[in-house]
Ligand binder design. Structure first.
Ligand SMILES: *[C@@H]1O[C@H](CO)[C@@H](O)[C@H](O)[C@H]1NC(C)=O
Ligand SMILES: *[C@@H]1O[C@H](CO)[C@@H](O)[C@H](O)[C@H]1NC(C)=O
Ligand SMILES: *[C@@H]1O[C@H](CO)[C@@H](O)[C@H](O)[C@H]1NC(C)=O
Ligand SMILES: *[C@@H]1O[C@H](CO)[C@@H](O)[C@H](O)[C@H]1NC(C)=O
Length: 964
């Protein structure tokens, strides 16, 4: 394993070596002088890199090693900054002309550079530091240090703590799940279902998985002929584990040490073959380990059971081999249970008896986020301090550092750090980056991934783009329960995520240790945990004091500046030109932003990621066109209507998220790297520019505003827009969103060819497609999300939609329902999971057997009058996977005059019939019968309940993405 102190360094050195290799291979490598310099640098760094890798074997590096490592880390940062500056200056000399000229240009500028003492001095200084680092390594005899390292157990978890933990939390909040699982464990079906079953309990570290498993074990052990509990952890020495089980199930048959792995497994299988056995396999970290262990436990027909606990969702999934097996997702404790546990431990009663401590206890409990382990550790600490508000406040603010320093919290810290420590270096770097954001901050996956790429954390891997690799990292962090998904989209992708408060504390302290991110203004005045040169700066609150503290710092090496305060005050910050090395600049909406960025932005020549959100901005500084390396510009929610002249020279731009109705700049066809475009107002743009959209062949996402003006001019725009859509027919377009006010979209009917890469089409208009759009056809083999407004849904339309092979989510807004009602036939919609139709006066759907076999969520507006001819039968009993159903009666649709006693009686009658259908459904549906207004609440509710259901799905994503 790699101790934390080293890993962040590997995450810095690795990409730097990659960058140097790229330079040698690229055009600069042709210049002899440059090539030699770079090669020499690369060679030195490689040997240092090798040494660092060796130290990753050290369990607990001593002070000297740590010091050396931090020297190397700072050196690596500085070298990268220098290299980037150098490249930029060379680049400036060759902007114009062909290759030959540019070659000469480079040569010329190299000479010029030689004269520019700045860089030359810097290079000398860096070389001197490299020598120093090498000498130190020799002096310290650091090499020897790595040989002597023992194989001591890394996990210095205090066993007493776990015991305590087990005993305490058994009393709180665990009975419900325990009894449920106990029932499942001892359930004995008929002969055919006496197979062995596996229960896996999965969740974040410290949630009490082992405690729950033990509690279940104690309740059911009497039912089994032989039993064993083994802990696997990171070290999966199969032989040892198997021998451990043997000694537990057969205490009299001590086995000889000479048995090898195979022999032990054979022996164990023999012992268990004809018995009803119960085994707990605690804390498995990889599917490989499970694969190796499971073959020691024979399948038999005695209703044997295995319980597995793990933090890794993939492991839980691989334990589930038949549908008899079960995965239990461990949830955080509820608020009520948290309080009980907390106060019981401090005061011996389940209630806080001291009023003045209520608020601070709530704050502390919030930090614990339902983790029993955290609550027990901290209440243990509080039990030993005076019952005094100030003392408690002190502990509250120091929970982060206490995790590191306070002995009584060490156990928790090491349990939570364990997951972190075992991450590969590149994932660690990505995860550490999350410590830049304050507690409870929701991060968008796409935004986060772009930050990582801009920071240089992600390198391309065989056949996969940086984007793919970064997404894979993201889902790995989700899979390992380090990051928690919050909003999940129709296809299982995570939209937003957050970090558990306790994990955030760990990350903040690791990040301080590695001088990774400096945090300013979160609670305490000044710059917290600040050591050395600031590499990344997260500003969470600004005032005059902080501003003056910052003014005294060297800011020329700050790579990321992330400002998450919305309370204003940014005008106090040192001006932007002080941050010359920035790669990432990210502002939450805040006051005075436009004024602040108007000065100095043009100096940030290395900037790759610029996020300026918020209505306060209506104009971009013209200097933005100097940022030639810019890859992301995010102006979401701003009022920027026009981009500055020369904007289209930013040809590295990949993601352009503009404001509310920005005009497309002329010449956008030059911006060939654009992958995401969002926010342009087509109607306002020059029609040539609209047509140019079709040249952007790398486009993935196109999200535009298209209005129908009063004049005839909009016809031209529609024509040009259609022309560009047709040109994109062979592109990789995946997501098309059109917002339209007024008018129809019939002109799209001649859209051809359609990019078959399209996954999501969302067309929200203020009118309806009067005819079923001609371009919706089974050729859209990847389409998984469709959202459109139709005048009416015909039988033919329904049939075509049913033929879309990949459709998961269908949302139709209908103007009027079919007179005769619609019967959803037993064919089509092979994968549809969510079906929503909202109709002004209600539709009358009937589902026959075999219809929508995968449907889980149904939301339809029912026309009571018409449904009556059916005897109000919707046939939802024919939808086997259905979990949530909402039927609503639009006011208009019930009867002409809605409030007549007859109408209300009819609604009651309908409600009763539908409810009984729902009750009879095998899944015992929560069905809701409401009026139109309520459906808004329904969506909120659905989103919430969807969260848990979909969390598991999300992790499949990583594998899907990498095609593995
Ligand atoms: C977008 O701009 C329009 C007019 O230009 C304005 O009416 C609307 O409020 C703006 N919306 C937002 C979210 O800024
Ligand atoms: C788009 O541009 C048109 C024409 O200038 C304007 O009428 C409309 O309000 C704009 N829409 C938005 C959302 O900005
Ligand atoms: C855009 O594409 C068209 C052909 O589809 C081509 O004639 C035109 O030159 C391209 N424009 C630019 C600026 O590349
Ligand atoms: C079309 O659908 C969108 C999204 O459901 C909705 O906001 C809009 O009001 C609909 N248009 C009309 C005219 O109903």
């Amino acid at each position: 394993m790699a101790p934390a102190v080293v890993s962040a360094l590997l995450g810095v050195l690795g990409p730097l070596l990659g960058k140097l290799a790229g330079l040698v291979a690229g055009e600069y490598g042709r210049l002899r002088g440059v090539r030699r310099e770079i090669l020499a640098l690369k060679c030195e760094l490689s040997s240092i890199h090798a040494a660092v890798q060796k130290y990753t074997m050290l369990q607990d590096p001593d002070v000297q090693v740590k010091q050396w490592i931090s020297m190397v880390r700072e050196l690596a940062y500085d070298i990268e900054d220098c290299v980037d500056k150098f490249i930029h200056q060379l680049g400036n000399g060759r902007r114009h002309g062909g290759f030959k000229e540019s070659f000469r240009g480079i040569a010329r500028s190299l000479k010029a550079l030689g004269a520019r003492r700045g860089i030359a001095d810097q290079i000398d200084e860096l070389n001197a530091r490299i020598r120093q680092v090498k000498e130190l390594k020799n002096n310290y005899k650091l090499d020897d240090a790595s040989c002597g390292c023992g194989t001591s157990n890394h996990a210095a978890v205090d066993p007493r703590l776990s015991a305590l933990f087990a005993e305490e939390s058994r009393l709180v909040g665990i009975d419900g799940p325990r009894d449920d699982l106990v029932k499942w464990m001892v359930e004995e079906g008929d002969i055919s279902s006496k197979h062995r079953r596996v229960l896996s309990i999965v969740g974040f570290g410290g949630l009490g998985k082992t405690t729950l498993a033990n509690a279940v074990y104690r309740k059911v052990e009497g039912h089994f002929q032989c039993r064993a509990v083994v802990s696997v952890s990171q070290k999966s020495d199969i032989k040892k584990i198997v021998k451990d089980v043997i000694s537990q199930v057969a205490c009299h048959e001590g086995c000889t040490d000479s048995w090898d792995e195979r022999k032990s497994i054979t022996k164990l299988r023999e012992l268990l073959q004809n018995k009803r056995y119960l085994i707990i396999v605690d804390d498995i970290w990889s599917t490989l380990a499970w694969d190796a262990i499971k073959c020691a436990f024979p399948e038999n027909e005695y209703s044997s059971r295995i319980m597995v606990t793990t933090r890794i969702v993939d492991v839980a999934r691989s334990c589930r081999q038949s549908c008899d097996d079960r995965i239990y997702h461990m949830e955080p404790l509820s608020n009520l249970h948290c309080k009980r546990l907390f106060f019981k431990r401090i005061f011996g009663t389940e209630d806080c008896c001291v009023d003045m401590l209520k608020e601070v206890s709530n704050d502390i409990l919030k930090k614990c986020g339902g983790l029993p382990l955290a609550i027990i550790s901290i209440s243990g600490l509080l039990a030993n301090v005076p019952v005094d508000k100030e003392e408690w406040e002190k502990i509250k603010t120091s929970i982060g550092s206490a995790l590191q320093e306070n002995r009584s919290l060490e156990g928790m810290s090491s349990i939570l750090s364990l997951s972190y420590n075992y991450l590969p270096p590149n994932l660690k770097t990505c995860l550490l980056y999350l410590s830049a954001f304050p507690e409870d901050h929701l991060m968008e996956r796409e935004d986060l991934v772009r930050h990582w790429i801009a920071e240089g954390f992600i390198s391309r891997e065989r056949g996969h783009s940086q984007q793919d690799v970064a997404e894979q990292y993201f889902y790995e962090l989700i899979n390992k329960s380090m990051v928690q998904p919050v909003d999940i989209m129709h296809d299982g992708k995570v939209h937003t995520c957050r970090v558990h408060d306790m994990m955030l504390e760990i990350l903040i302290s690791k990040s301080a240790e590695d001088n990774f991110i400096t945090i300013a203004g979160s609670g305490q005045p000044g710059l917290e945990n600040h050591r050395g040169v600031i590499r990344r700066l997260s500003v969470q609150h600004i005032d005059q004091d902080l501003a003056s503290a910052l003014a005294n710092e060297d800011l020329t090496h700050v790579r990321s500046l992330i400002i998450t305060t919305s309370s204003g005050g940014i005008k106090h910050l040192p001006s932007l030109d002080k941050f010359e090395a920035l790669r990432v600049l990210d502002f939450e909406p805040c006051a005075d932003l436009e004024e602040y960025v108007s000065k100095g932005l043009d100096k940030l020549v290395n900037l790759k990621h610029l996020k300026l959100r918020g209505m306060g901005i209506s104009k971009l500084p013209p200097g933005i066109v100097m940022l030639r390396d810019l890859e992301t510009l995010d102006l979401w929610d701003t009022n920027v209507q026009e981009l500055p002249t020369g904007f289209v020279q930013l040809t590295k731009l990949q993601h352009l998220i503009t404001g509310n109705g920005t005009k497309i700049p002329n010449g956008i066809a030059d911006m060939m790297n654009l992958r995401v475009i969002s926010g342009f107002n087509i109607t306002r743009s020059p029609s040539d520019a609209v047509e140019d959209l079709g040249n952007l062949t790398k486009l993935n996402v196109l999200d535009v505003q298209l209005d129908s003006g009063g004049s005839g001019e909009h016809v031209m725009h529609e024509k040009m827009f259609l022309s560009s859509l047709c040109k994109l027919g062979n592109s990789q377009l995946q997501y098309l969103k059109i917002n339209r006010v007024g008018g129809s979209l019939e002109f799209l009917d001649s859209w051809s060819p359609l990019p078959c890469s399209l996954k999501k089409i969302d067309i929200s208009i203020n009118s309806y497609f009067t005819n079923f759009p001609k371009w919706i056809a089974p050729a859209l083999t990847n389409l998984s999300f469709l959202h459109i407004n139709l005048t009416e849904l015909t039988v033919e339309g329904l049939r075509i939609l049913g033929e879309l092979p990949a459709l998961l989510h269908l949302h139709l807004q209908l103007k009027s329902g079919q007179k005769d009602g619609l019967i959803v036939q037993g064919t089509g919609f092979p994968r549809l999971s969510v079906f929503i139709t909202i109709s002004n006066n209600g539709e009358n759907f009937t589902f026959v057997k075999g219809a929508m076999p995968k449907l889980t969520v149904l939301h339809v507006s029912m026309n009571v009058l018409r449904a009556k001819t059916n005897g109000f039968c919707s046939g939802i009993g024919h939808l086997p996977c259905l979990r949530h159903a909402l039927l609503c009666f639009p006011a208009e649709g019930a009867t002409a005059s809605d409030d007549t006693p007859a109408a209300s009686a009819m609604r009651k009658e309908a409600a009763a019939v539908f409810q009984s259908e729902a009750n009879a459904h095998p899944n015992r549906l929560p069905i809701m019968l409401v009026d139109e207004l309520e459906s808004i609440k329904f969506f909120a509710w659905m989103k919430k309940s969807k969260k848990k259901r979909m969390a598991a799905l999300a992790t499949v994503q990583s594998r899907m993405m990498m095609g593995g």
